[in-house]
Design a protein around this ligand. Structure first.
Ligand code: SF4
Length: 349
């Protein structure tokens, strides 16, 4: 039996055609599942009886199990889902003035080891399948009744370390027969895997790219983000230049503001030098402390000084308010908390 959610429209079309059915049948099945939310092949009334029988015999429609969820005062909803091998992942629904976005996890744990990140406390045990990414979106819709307008691939894991499944996931959520979320409403964030940035530019010319930068020089970035030792800033920025050539799209740089670590005017000026003349946008993110680390969030006045320096130099920037701090909303914190509780034998919530 195959998991329905692992098919793209293209692979389902080929599979059905190989079985003697019509190409448009794949679109019909997609619409039933993704748009009409029907998970019973027998109830798909415009499909022929032989097709329904074939689907029942060969395809399953499993769902993720919701372990727990928390809703913050700002309505950010954080969900912990259990996978079929009992691994726990997390997914977040955020409310913005421009729409609703779901932040999707791509791996169980993460090997990138960023010094400030709760996700990096648990090493990667495996990649998620396309199905497990799609089912996070479906699980949030089932729980809240809210259909997302945006998808951000910024949850636990390095998306470009699970490249093919993430690209298939994007194709499926974008499909007009599935969730029909526009490519310009989808953002993928990477810690800086240079070769995959170029591959991404070749494959997804409309999807937004965000780079977790967090430091403007190699010495500091290598301390905060070990991936920088493999792909230092010169290599990273060269791949970004190539990406610009391929797509002509602006790149967002995520920059977590950590007190006395990366938030001085010296670093602001280095960042200006690094990004000057590029089609760049900087997201300054107040650090959301993790109890295992000693890092603290920068003072609001220092964030403002940093922001002003960028803007004065003509670098577009924004200061992002961290969503749902009350529900461990920074990347990996709910999963980390859930694993900690299970390790200590606490009752599930
Ligand atoms: S910030 Fe992203 S890439 Fe770095 S450890 Fe956390 S999940 Fe992994």
């Amino acid at each position: 039996m195959k998991n329905f959610y692992d098919f793209t429209l293209e692979t389902l079309t080929h599979t059905l055609e190989a079985e003697g059915f019509k190409a448009f049948n794949a679109k019909q099945v997609f619409q039933w599942v993704y748009q009409k939310n029907i998970r019973d092949f027998e109830a798909m009334s415009n499909l022929s009886k032989p097709l329904r029988a074939w689907l029942i015999e060969h395809i399953t429609l499993p769902q993720l199990t919701l372990h727990s969820h928390f809703v913050a005062p700002d309505e950010t909803t954080k969900c912990a889902f259990v996978l079929s091998d009992r691994e726990v992942i997390e997914t977040v629904l955020m409310h913005h003035n421009y729409g609703k976005s779901i932040c999707v996890t791509t791996q169980v744990g993460c090997n990138m080891g960023c010094a400030f990140c709760a996700s990096g406390l648990h090493k990667k045990t495996r990649n998620l399948s396309q199905a497990e990414m799609i089912l996070q979106v479906q699980g949030v819709i089932d729980l809240t009744g809210i259909k997302p307008t945006h998808i951000v691939v910024m949850g636990i894991g390095e998306p470009f370390d699970n490249f093919d499944h993430v690209m298939d996931f994007i194709d499926t959520v974008n499909s007009p027969y599935a969730y029909a979320i526009g490519k310009r409403h989808i953002t993928v964030s990477t810690s800086g895997l240079a070769p995959q940035i170029e591959a991404f530019g070749l494959r997804q010319t409309q999807v937004n790219l965000a780079i977790s930068l967090h430091a403007p020089n190699d010495a500091l970035r290598s301390k905060l983000m070990p991936i920088n030792k493999k792909y230092p800033l010169k290599t990273l920025m060269k791949s970004v230049d190539h990406y610009h050539t391929l797509t002509n799209r602006r790149v967002t740089y995520e920059y977590i503001m950590i007190k006395d670590v990366n938030d001085s005017l010296k670093e602001a000026n280095e960042l200006i030098t690094l990004l000057k003349g590029k089609n760049a946008y900087v997201n300054l993110i107040p650090y959301n402390p993790v109890s295992e680390f000693s890092f603290e969030c920068s003072e609001p006045a220092q964030i403002k000084r940093f922001y002003d320096a960028l803007m004065k130099a003509g670098i577009n920037a924004t200061t992002r308010k961290e969503k749902g701090e009350q529900v461990n909303a920074a990347c990996g914190q709910l999963r980390h908390q859930t694993l900690k509780e299970e390790t200590h034998g606490l009752k599930n919530t």
